[in-house]
Design a protein around this ligand. Structure first.
Ligand code: FES
Length: 101
C-alpha cells in the first residue's frame, strides 16, 4: 500500500526511484520497491481479476504470496502474483477488472 497523506507528526515518506508502468494500456506512476499490487491499489483498483466459472471478483487477500487471489498478467506472463512482484520501469500489467458477460 502506498502512503499518500503525510503528517508533520510522522517520519518523512521516502520512496524509491519514480517509474512508469502501464495498467491495461494506461501509463501510471510507480516507485521502485513497490509491488504490482501496491501500484494497482494506489490507482484505486481493488479487483484484479474474476474467477473463470462464477466471475467472482478477486484482488489482494493475504498480501504475502500464499492465496493466489491477486493474479495478473505482467509483460505477457499470465498468473503472476501481484502482491509479491516488484514493479519495473516500462512493465505492462494487464488486469481483468471488468466482468465478462
Ligand atoms: S494476495 Fe494472496 S497471493 Fe497475492
Amino acid at each position: 500500500m502506498r502512503i499518500k497523506v503525510t503528517s508533520k507528526l510522522l517520519p518523512e515518506v521516502r520512496r524509491g526511484k519514480p517509474l512508469r508502468v502501464a495498467v491495461n494500456g494506461k501509463w501510471v506512476d510507480a516507485y521502485a520497491g513497490e509491488t504490482v499490487a501496491a501500484v494497482l491499489l494506489a490507482e484505486g483498483i481493488q479487483v484484479f481479476r474474476h474467477t473463470a466459472r462464477a466471475r467472482a471478483p478477486r484482488g489482494v487477500y493475504c498480501g504475502m504470496g500464499l492465496c493466489y487471489e491477486c493474479l495478473v498478467t505482467v509483460d505477457e506472463v499470465r498468473a503472476v502474483r501481484a502482491c509479491v512482484t516488484p514493479v519495473a520501469d516500462g512493465m505492462r500489467i494487464e488486469i481483468d477488472a471488468e466482468p465478462a458477460l
